[in-house]
Structure formats: C-alpha cells, structure tokens
Design a protein around this ligand. Structure first.
Ligand code: MIC
Ligand code: SF4
Length: 755
C-alpha cells in the first residue's frame, strides 16, 4: 500500500513552477536544499534570497511523524487546541518504551503490559484526530518513515532529532519539539531560521571495510558536535550516487550528531530502487517525471564553493573505517590508529558487547554485510569473544532477514535479537551487571554515545562504528583489532583473517512481512473518547503556563551553573525516566540531574540559597518554586545538544526556572525553550560565564522593551555585596517575543483558535 500518494503527486505537480520561480527571483541556480525549501514556503510568503542564518521563514511541511516518548506531550498539547483533525498527514510510532532484556518476543510482551495505559492513550488519540498509528513492535520511527512515507523532494518534521534520516530518500526532514509538531498539525505555518548550506562532495567509491557510516563518522570528526548548527548538509558527487539509499539514510541520520538542521541527497537510481522494492513504484515513477527538480542544479555541483557556505570533500576510495567515542560522537579515530589512541587514553580494549541495529543502521544491506562476517566465524573456526545483540529497525526488515536465514546465522554466534525498537540505544537496556558500574567498553552501530546513555552506567565507554566493524570487533573481542591488517587466532591455533564484508543492497527475493503493525485511524474520530485518569502516574493533562508578569525579572536564584557538556540526556535523562514522558510533574523529578555543578564537580548536588544546604536539583528547584522565587540555569557550549525532547524545556518551565543563559545552544533545544515561554539567552561575551558565582541573585533587565535584535542586561548580585552587569544576547524574533509574553506558544495558538 502506498500512503498518501495524492500528497506526493500534488507536491510534484507544483514543484516545477515553484522552483522555477525561485530560480528566477534569485537569478541563480539552486542547491537541492533550496529547491525543497522554496517549494514549501508557506502560502503568501514572498520568494527572496533569505539571509541564511539570520532570517526566520515560514514553511508548510508535508507531514509530521512522532514517536511514543515525545508524541505524548505533542498530542497532549494538540488536544488543547480544539482542532477536530490533524491538518497534514501525521503518524505515531511506538518504539522508545520497550526494554531490551531477554529477547524480542518476551520483551515486547512485557512492554505491552507495562505501557498499556500509554499505548491506549496514543492509539485512541491517534484514532480521534486522524493519525496513523504504528503499534509497538512495528519498528523504529525513522525506519518506518523511510520504508513508507519519505519521498524525494518532500518536507517533513518529526518529534525526534533523527527525523533527518529521511534525507536518505531526498527529503528535507527536520527534528523538532512537540510544540512545533502541534503547530503544523493544527494547520499553522512552521517557522525555521533559514539554514546555512554545507556541501559535502563525495568522490571515489566505498570499498572493502568502509561503509556509509564511516562517511558521517568522518564528517562528525571534521565538523564536531556543533559544526552543523543551523545548517543543511547536502551531499553530492559520484560517491553519493554510487551509494545505496539506506546508506544515505545512515549518513543523514547521524547528521543530528553534528547539530545540523538536516542533511539530504539528490534523487538518484538508488532511491528509485529503494522506492520500488518497498512497494512504492508509483512514487518512483512520479519522481522520475520531475527528476531535475529533485536534485541540485549541475552548475551548483560543478562549482560548489560559489553556492554553499562551506564545502567539504571526502574521497571514499581512501576513507578508512572509523570508531567514534567514547562519550561524544565526534571523537573520531580511524581504526588504524585505535591501538595508539586506546593506549594513550587508557581505554579498556576488551570489547564486552557489540550491538548492531537502531534507527541509524538496520537496513537490509547493513544486516547482510554484518552477516557475511558472522558466517566466517564458523567457516574459519573462530569463536565470538564478545556478547552480540541485534535490534532490527522494523518488522519489514526483521521478517525479511529471518526469511533469508540471517537471524539463524547470527544465532550461531550466540546473538540475541531484541525487539524492533530503540532499546539499548536509549537506555532501555536491562544490561546484566550494569549496576556495578564497572569500567568497560562496548561498540555499537547507533548514533549517540553520551555517558550513561545505553546502560545507565557512567563508566561504560561506548564507541560508534558501522555494523560491519562492530561485528568484527565483537568477534575479536578487542577494540584495537584492525580487520584490514590484523589476524585472529582460531580454535586450532591458526592465524586467520576476516574477509571484507559483502552483502545485498536490497533483498533479492524482495521484502516481505506478515503484519507490519499499522493501524489506520477512524474515518470519523469525533466519538472517540480519550481518558486520562486523575491519579495516573504516566499521563497528566497540561495546564496553561502563566503569562509574563510584565516586568523585569528580579532576584532570580542561581539554580545550577552547568559545567561542560550538558546534553538533553543530562537535562532530562531517558532510560528509566521515559515512562514519565506523558506526566510533566513526575518527569520533572529528573530535571538536570545529569548536569555537572561547576562549583563542586558533582551531579545532582546544588546549593539551596534559602537554606545554604546542598540538595538535588529538582528538590532545590521545588523549594524555590514553593517560595515563589524564580531561578536561572547557566550553561556552557552547545547546551541542549542531542534530543528533540521538549521535556528538557518544559520541566524547568513547570518548576519555575525563568531563564537559561549559556555560551551557545543546540538548535532544537533553543526553540523548545522559546516555545514554552522561557527566556533563552546567550553570553554576549563568553568569558562572562566565569563571573557567575554560586550564591548569585540575578536580574534580567530590559524586558519591558524586549525587541528582536536588541541585547538584554543581566545583573549579577554577588554574596559579598558587589555586582557585575553583563550583556545577554538572544535570537527571539517578534513572534517569539509574543510567545514569551503569553507564557508560551501554545497560549498564543489557543487564543487564536478561540477567536
Ligand atoms: C534520542 O535518540 O535521543 C531520542 C530518544 O530518540 C530523542 C527523542 C526523545 O528524547 O524522545 C531524540 O533524538 O530526539
Ligand atoms: Fe531510537 Fe536511538 Fe534512533 Fe533515538 S537514536 S530514535 S533512541 S534508535
């Protein structure tokens, strides 16, 4: 079944005229990213050369996707808008709440029982508002979207940072917070800072041990976790077209790890093949009709420096397999240098577990290449040294790889197959012994490796690599094993070498599946009842946040000055806390518990300025709230990196934090803060971070004339009676200032809807 074919056809019928008009107005050829953006301008927005990185532009995305852990909040917000049905095709995917422990069937059954209330809520609210619902076990949002909904030249948003995965099928797909999804589902425009453009020219061809994952691991090493902020990365060149569509998906997926708004590739044969093999020949046929509009103009790719803000060139023929980590996805080490790097940094080299799968790397091609290595274990008389696990990305892939005997081969090396879900990638891994907090090394084909992310153990060092390399390292049980040059000792004591991986881009016999796990919404959902129990621990209806009081903010207490990396995992941890994603008050008990306090280097230990005593961050903040005193959070660079979870903005909002002031923000988190009516400020002079003292009371001055482009003043009143006045920048436009004044964007929408 092809979903929403009319939408695809309509987009293609309008695209040529819109793109031609944009080319004419700008008087130059266009990149693919620009074509898609201009073809999706909100009605009435004039085409012009919007200043990249400066201008806010209104767009009309074609669709919305939400996963269960973020959909709860997105839909609780949507439920308050008074709309009868979603304005654009939307879907919900149940993938984040399944704990990986024993094996897929038992784990899935347990999750269905434990999350019954949440799944029922999501299923009935989807039914009511006309949203497609993918049941637990159907697969991970981004794989299911790639297999069913993504289409070249389309634009979508999703409440998950790895929504960008759909760039593999030539989309502009962007991760957002639930409030943004709520706007689009409510039929409003969606605003985005016009992104800068980074071009990545891929020459040569992947070969031997390198895979698409190595391209993005390399790019992450070059650009770092914030190098892609407010930019779209567009890949092109012979290296791009010679790669599979799912491989392109992997590269775009991990673009989230460099903070990029999104990444994309031009429409090509590999995409047509993928569309056809996933039952969407009609989409491929329609795309073929407008192909030149679904890729960048030839002049752009011939002279990229002229059209992109930055250009990177990577020769795939020379690219080495990489391992990125630990604790950050941009610490890139080519496999040939791992021996040295591990020794220098004292990383444990014994690999305890190799994990493949996740939304980043669980395509048929990935699995078939990994299986080609697993086969060699028996053939060459080897024994797999580490534990090995697989989390398939979708039931479509799982069913097909089972049919093709791949799961049997993995079983022979002792692998555990987990449910088609996020599982270990998001801390939903009940790993035996993790509570002992031993220092240990794991390798995985996921995308993030922040501290505690996979198993909750801060001493687990996680390295990210391609599924092929993960499999080889699990077989060897050694982080420093370089399969290109090194040999392994087999059971007979012989030295053997692993042959490079090989596999099929797409299944020779086609994909097949018995039950993909889809539930269509009711034609008329008006009678569907949604029940949220008063005493529920998992779900809580939302109340509107209070509007701004109309004055400067005076006497805010410093809640925490976070030191170093402070990702959304540090601000609102996942794993065991995922169960409270639909209950704002309960999840607020994890607020900032992972952030390191600058003044004592401890996590979850801050000074309560009212008592002078140290307590946890949430309890200290609750004490300020009870005393009706506002507070401020101070942060370092790229604050809020990682996830799209708006809980990281809603929790502080709910508990009475008024301001978050940092050296720099990650894009989605900054928007989430603004949407929820918080003040998101940046130090005009980054060194002023050093002026913040533990006992500071802080004023924010200038709010009565809060204007776009005008800095605010922040006064630090120190304990010794002295004070410092520093400048705070912000990136609010007039509309966003209205959100702040109303106490949050949702209050503005509600007021509009009730008019
Ligand atoms: C992640 O990979 O961190 C997540 C869990 O998918 C998040 C979404 C969430 O926190 O629910 C993301 O990437 O946006
Ligand atoms: Fe799920 Fe991990 Fe992908 Fe996030 S990155 S969607 S947690 S598999």
């Amino acid at each position: 079944m092809v979903f929403d074919l009319d939408l695809v056809k309509k987009t293609y019928s309008e695209m040529p005229a819109k793109v031609d008009a944009a080319k004419k107005a700008l008087g130059r050829p266009l990149t693919l990213a620009e074509k898609i953006l201009f073809a999706h301008l909100w009605k009435g927005v004039d085409i012009k050369d919007f200043e990249r990185g400066k201008a806010y532009v209104d767009f009309a995305p074609d669709r919305v996707a939400m996963q269960d852990a973020t959909a709860q909040m997105a839909l609780l917000q949507f439920d308050t808008t008074g709309r009868k049905k979603v304005a654009v095709p939307s879907t919900v995917h149940c993938d984040h709440l399944i704990v990986a422990k024993d094996e897929s069937k038992a784990d899935l059954q347990k999750a269905i029982t434990e999350n019954d209330e949440v799944y029922n809520f999501l299923s009935s609210i989807s039914n009511k508002y006309g949203i497609g619902f993918w049941k637990p076990g159907a697969g991970i949002i981004h794989q299911v979207v790639l297999e069913n909904y993504a289409f070249p030249g389309g634009m979508m948003i999703g409440t998950d940072s790895h929504t960008v995965n759909a760039g593999g099928l030539g989309m502009i797909a962007i991760g957002v917070g639930g409030a943004d999804a709520c706007d689009v589902m409510a039929g409003l425009s969606w605003e985005l800072l016009m992104p800068k453009l980074i071009g990545v020219k891929l020459t040569g061809k992947l070969n031997g041990w390198t895979s698409p994952k190595d391209v993005i691991l390399k790019v992450a090493g070059i650009l770092t976790v914030k190098g892609g902020t407010n930019a779209i990365v567009e890949y092109f060149g012979e290296g791009a077209t010679s790669m599979s569509c799912t491989g392109k998906g992997t590269i775009c997926n991990m673009g989230a790890e460099i903070g990029a708004t999104t990444s994309t590739f031009g429409y090509d044969e590999s995409m047509a093949r993928y569309l056809r093999s996933t039952g969407r020949s009609e989409v491929a046929d329609a795309a073929d009709q407008v192909k030149s509009y679904l890729t960048g103009d030839p002049e752009v790719y011939a002279n990229p420096e002229k059209y992109f803000d930055k250009v990177i060139e990577i020769n795939l023929s020379e690219l080495e397999p990489h391992l990125n980590g630990p604790f950050t996805p941009d610490l890139a080490t080519p496999i040939s240098q791992m021996k040295e790097a591990a020794a220098k940094n004292n990383w444990p080299t014994k690999v305890e577990v190799g994990l493949i799968g996740s939304c980043t790397n669980s395509s048929y091609e990935d699995i078939s290449r990994a299986v080609s290595l697993a086969k060699q274990v028996a053939e060459k008389g080897l024994k797999t040294k580490a534990e090995f696990t697989i989390t398939p990305g979708s039931e479509l892939v799982r069913y097909t790889i089972e049919r093709d005997g791949y799961l049997d081969t993995f079983a022979q090396i002792g692998a555990t197959v987990f449910a088609n879900a996020c599982g270990p990638c998001i801390g939903m891994w009940d790993r035996m012994g993790a509570e002992k907090q031993e220092r240990n090394t794991i390798v995985h084909s996921f995308n993030r490796n922040f501290a505690k992310r996979a198993d909750g153990n801060p001493n687990t060092l996680a390295f990210v690599a391609s599924p092929e390399l993960v499999t080889a390292l699990a077989i060897a049980g050694d982080l420093t094993f370089n399969p290109i040059t090194d040999t392994l000792t087999n059971e007979k004591g012989e030295q053997v070498k692993l042959d490079p991986p090989s596999g099929d881009e797409l299944p020779k016999k086609g994909f097949s599946v018995e039950d993909a796990g889809y539930q269509a919404p009711a034609e008329d959902g008006s009678k569907v009842q949604i029940n949220v129990k008063e005493d529920s621990k998992r779900l809580q209806l939302l109340y509107p946040f209070a509007a701004w009081e109309g004055t400067d903010l005076k006497g805010l207490k410093l809640l925490i000055k976070a030191k170093g990396k402070c990702t959304t995992d540090h601000i609102s941890m996942a794993g065991p806390w995922l169960k409270f994603r639909g209950h704002l008050d309960n999840i607020s008990n994890n607020m900032l518990i992972g952030a390191v306090n600058f003044f004592n280097d401890k996590t979850d230990s801050v000074k309560n300025q009212l008592t002078g005593e140290y307590g946890t961050v949430p309890s200290t903040q609750r004490a300020y709230k009870a005393a009706n005193i506002g507070s401020i959070v101070i942060g370092d660079e790229n604050y809020g990196e990682g996830s799209s979870r708006e809980h990281a903005a809603m929790e502080p909002r709910h508990l009475g934090v008024r301001v978050v002031m940092v050296k720099s923000f990650a894009r989605i988190h900054e928007t989430n803060l603004k949407k929820q009516g918080m003040l998101a400020l940046t130090f005009a002079n980054k060194d002023d971070y050093n002026k913040i003292q533990e006992d500071d009371s802080i004023d924010v001055v200038g709010l009565t004339s809060f204007t776009a482009g005008k800095a605010l003043e922040v006064v630090l009143h120190h304990k010794d009676g002295s004070s410092d006045t520093i400048q705070a920048n912000h990136s609010y436009n007039e509309q966003q200032i209205e959100w702040f004044k109303a106490g949050g964007a949702l209050n503005v929408i509600r007021a509009g809807m009730s008019k």
